[in-house]
Design a protein around this ligand. Structure first.
Ligand code: DP6
Length: 339
């Protein structure tokens, strides 16, 4: 029997987006970002020590080798962690997602957060976050390591509302848990327009951001938008936060659409849905606002009081549309058991 470490790490939805990097090797973002950690939409990863030549990684039950296209990030990150933290033992890891991978729900955020915690918990034989911290891996350092695997993963180390500050230098970056989940019980209802892998990974698309004429003005305007969003989250004002969320998401997509080469993550269905959704809001049917990541799925941010009106409207106008219901959550969990 060996110890097995199980981690459940949630995804997060960015209110102010991380888009474009000042330094891709050091994972230094062009601007600060702000997110809400989710609850149900999560990656679950288990790890145990495995006496073999290489790590073994299984995803949704299938063993994926090192050269497997979209999962090269996993092995690259394990190699990085092992080298930087000085752990030699090979690991056997198994991961599942509670949502479709690569469809604009940040699977790399939850996936790389879960992988980072599971690998470091296994190497240091830590069954809890306090044990990890005693062994030199504080929540902040775990967020740093997760961010090196995928930028948005760093924010999934904290529950509630989280800010990633770019700082004046790559090594001055900080990821901060601003408010716990109980500060403001916001919901995220995801309108699922695609289950398939996105056409271009966000890592590749980040690099093109600088070629858009809209990118530099976007980065220049980010601090002002951040301040306005922070005030809205602090005062729990959906009427203030909502319009900022929509402008922010549309602006990021405008940057994506004007890069060389241009990148369209939005589909005709998603755009038509957004237009109808805004009309319904104007008609007073509900108070809810959308945001969209690098994919066609539309995240609807709202308070609990709006859930019923929103689902009724969606069922009536989009009867076949799949909705994933989630809300703000408390962050990752770690457990030790026997294999
Ligand atoms: C649109 O974190 O996936 O979801 O650091 O290259 O792995 P890498 O990129 P990634 O980018 C996420 C972009 C986004 C916005 C956000 O989550 O802030």
């Amino acid at each position: 029997m060996t110890d097995i470490y199980s981690v459940s790490a949630p995804s997060n939805i960015a209110f102010l987006k991380y888009w474009g990097k000042k330094d891709p090797l050091l994972q230094w973002p062009a601007n600060d970002s702000l997110s809400m950690t989710l609850n149900q939409l999560a990656s679950r990863t288990t790890a145990y020590r495995h006496d073999t030549e290489d790590h073994r990684f299984q995803f949704q039950g299938e063993v994926l080798p090192r050269d497997h296209g979209s999962f090269h990030k996993v092995y690259k990150h394990l190699d990085y962690l092992s080298e930087i933290c000085g752990f030699q033992e090979k690991l056997s890891l198994s991961s599942t997602n509670s949502f479709p991978t690569g469809a604009g729900i940040a699977s790399s955020a939850s996936g790389l957060a879960a992988l980072t915690i599971a690998a470091l918990a296994c190497w240091t034989e830590s069954g809890s976050f306090s044990e990890l911290s005693e062994k030199g891996f504080s929540r902040e350092s775990l967020a740093h390591f997760a961010r090196m695997g995928s930028g948005s993963a760093g924010r999934s180390l904290f529950g509630g509302f989280v800010q990633w500050q770019a700082g004046t230098h790559a090594d001055k970056q900080k990821i901060i848990g601003l408010y716990d989940a109980n500060h403001w019980p916001l919901h995220d209802t995801v309108a699922l327009f695609s289950h398939s892998e996105k056409s271009k990974s966000s890592t590749a698309a980040h690099a093109d951001a600088w070629s858009s004429i809209l990118f530099e003005p976007r980065v220049a305007g980010a601090p002002e938008r951040m301040n306005a969003m922070l005030k809205a989250v602090h005062s729990q004002s959906i009427a203030t936060l909502g319009p900022l969320l929509e402008t922010e998401a549309l602006e990021m997509h405008a940057v994506m659409m004007t890069t060389r080469p241009p990148q369209f993550y939005l589909t005709t269905e998603a755009v038509a849905f957004i237009a109808a959704f805004r009309r319904a809001r104007q008609d007073g049917l509900f108070e809810a606002y959308f945001t969209i990541d690098a994919g066609p799925n539309v995240h609807i941010i709202h308070e609990a009081s709006e859930t019923s009106a929103l689902t009724t409207w969606t069922a009536e106008h989009y009867p076949t549309l799949q909705l994933l219901q989630d809300r703000v959550g408390e962050g990752p969990r770690l457990e030790r058991g026997l294999n």
